[in-house]
Design a protein around this ligand. Structure first.
Ligand code: ZN
Length: 288
């Protein structure tokens, strides 16, 4: 059951026009790092939007200069703190790699795939940096509108893992670019992302909100059933090519990476990795 939207603390749920709902990430002080509370609030807000028959399209945007800096590594929280688990996974308190895997099956792999398959069209509206887990708040959604300064990166190979947990990189940017972005940790600019088909539209920063809303309103004038069937058809085309199997397979390798680091360093990620990622984020090439 969806909670009252007024009680959200890490996001805002808005209705900017008749057929459009908008979820805004609102943890500017952490560059919208996603913690457990934010993930459950997004999940709940998406349920609110899906259950409201007046809503035809959902926008996911972010306050502040950057869309999302990824996982909040300081503030993970525990499953159950923000409502019951939703993905049918248990064993969150198990020692070894088991509890960690269960956690990521619930809120990363599980939520991303659930959001990807929600029936109404969704649009991510992105400015500034989207780093690693930040991409998990973009790639599950149907369309991406980016401002000229947007940059997309997944530098977590430096943690000793393959990439973030919703491993759709090759599907999103093509296999060769996926390898480059993972091997180097470098960011894709908005323009580059548009050229390879990852981003639908690039707009000026000051026009991001209005352009995204105009696109949502245009889509919202279409019949809901037509939109739902079109979305399902495109998703099923990807599924027929093995997308879900590939994502689950990469998730298993992701946990091999975490387990390897636990054995070597008693830490789920390479201990110096966070420092390197912060450095790379600062040096990220400017948007072209
Ligand atoms: Zn992980």
């Amino acid at each position: 059951m969806a909670q009252a939207e007024q009680s959200y603390e890490t996001i805002r749920y808005e209705r900017p026009s008749e057929n459009v709902a908008r979820i805004m990430l609102a943890r500017v002080e952490t560059r919208n790092a996603q913690n457990l509370q934010m993930l459950y609030e997004i999940d709940d807000a998406l349920d609110v939007a899906m259950q409201d028959d007046e809503v035809r399209v959902v926008i996911i945007g972010a306050d502040g200069p950057h869309f999302s800096s990824g996982h909040d590594l300081k503030n993970r929280g525990r499953i159950g703190d923000f409502g019951p688990p939703k993905m049918g996974v248990g064993g969150f308190r198990e020692p070894g790699q088991a509890g960690h895997m269960a956690y990521e099956q619930e809120v990363f792999l599980g939520f991303c795939w659930r959001w990807r398959n929600m029936p109404k069209p969704t649009i991510a509206s992105v400015q500034g940096k989207a780093i690693a887990g930040g991409l998990m708040l973009i790639w599950p959604f149907d369309l991406i509108v980016a401002s000229e300064d947007a940059q997309f990166s997944d530098p977590v190979v430096t943690f000793g893992v393959n990439g973030h947990e919703y491993f759709v990189h090759a599907w999103e940017v093509g296999h060769r670019k996926a390898k480059e972005m993972l091997f180097t940790g470098e960011a894709l600019s908005a323009q580059e992302a548009k050229e390879i088909g990852m981003v639908n539209r690039v707009v000026k920063r000051e026009d991001l909100e209005s352009e995204t809303l105009a696109l949502a309103e245009k889509i919202g004038r279409q019949p809901a059933m037509g939109l739902k069937l079109a979305k399902m058809s495109v998703n099923q085309s990807l599924d027929a090519q093995g997308m879900w199997n590939a994502v689950q397979s990469a998730f298993g390798l992701h946990h091999l990476g975490h387990a390897n680091m636990r054995i070597l360093h008693q830490s789920a990620v390479e201990p110096t990795g966070a420092k390197k990622i912060r450095k790379q984020a600062k040096e990220a090439k400017p948007a072209s």
